[in-house]
Design a protein around this ligand. Structure first.
Ligand SMILES: [Zn+2]
Length: 258
């Protein structure tokens, strides 16, 4: 069969989805895949087959023991958006290393896509945004009196080497400064019979376990949980969301071994 006949119908929706997957830049050379030409945005990328559609003898040899992303070569799981230059080089002078690089990139993309499908099912109590608003009203004077003692910090025995120093510093400081006020805000919610903190804790914990099963490391988990708090509660300030995640790391066994 000719390449044309076998080529899947890559419509605009698929193209846009592939463009979003790579964040708008070529995953191999970081070049922008959309450029402005005379005030218009023009797409300058190709849809590449990660495993070649019609493999040459040479490609069959070098890729013979390699992992396939899908049994169907001509489907979205095996597609990736590349700039035209990289696509040309990849299609004509492919190496095993480049193939593996693209497989790794695409696997990460698929993992994140699956996760966003699960997001819909994993909810977080909306009233946590009330707590976030309260954090926003705090200042140096009010937090000074409620600082947590350093000895109470449970972070160090929970972390592994995948949690970077910058995140460690940030989360520690957030816990020391905001733990007590957040605990109070959650207790207030409970008194008003809004959200129960044990219930919120169990939601946070179950999302954490989900991320753990998807094999994300601690830095990635921190990022994904921050996103999740924002998506689920309408918190628009990322740092507020990070403060809340830090609270739950201290309070809810997030990062503890299950
Ligand atoms: Zn490129």
């Amino acid at each position: 069969m000719s390449e044309k006949a076998r080529r899947a119908n890559v419509n605009d929706t698929v193209k846009m989805s592939l463009l979003c997957e790579v964040g708008g830049s070529c995953p191999l050379c970081r070049r922008d895949l959309v450029v402005k030409k005379k005030k218009n945005n023009v797409r300058v990328f190709d849809v590449a087959h990660i495993y070649p559609l019609n493999a040459t003898k040479h490609e069959l040899t070098i890729l013979k023991d390699e992992e396939l992303l899908s049994d169907d070569i001509d489907c979205e799981e095996n597609f990736i958006a590349l700039c035209k230059e990289c696509h040309k080089i990849y299609d004509t002078r492919k190496t095993v290393e480049e193939y593996r690089q693209l497989v790794t990139i695409k696997k990460e993309i698929i993992k994140i896509k699956e996760l966003s499908k699960l997001w819909d099912k994993q909810t977080l109590h909306k009233d946590i945004s009330i707590v976030a608003n309260k954090i926003g009203l705090l200042d140096e004077n009010s937090t000074e009196k409620t600082m947590l003692s350093y000895d109470a910090l449970k972070l160090s025995d929970k972390l592994d080497e995948t949690f970077g120093f910058i995140n460690q510093t940030k989360v520690s400081q957030f816990i020391l400064t905001f733990f007590v006020p957040i605990r109070k805000a959650l207790n207030d919610l409970e008194k008003q019979e809004k959200a129960k903190s044990t219930f919120i804790c169990s939601q946070v914990k179950s999302y954490y376990v989900l991320l753990l099963m998807k094999d994300f490391n601690q830095d990635q988990i921190f990022e994904k949980m921050t996103d999740w708090f924002m998506t689920n509660t309408g918190i628009t300030d990322r740092s507020k969301s990070e403060v809340l995640v830090s609270f739950f790391i201290q309070n809810c066994d997030v990062y503890s071994k299950c």
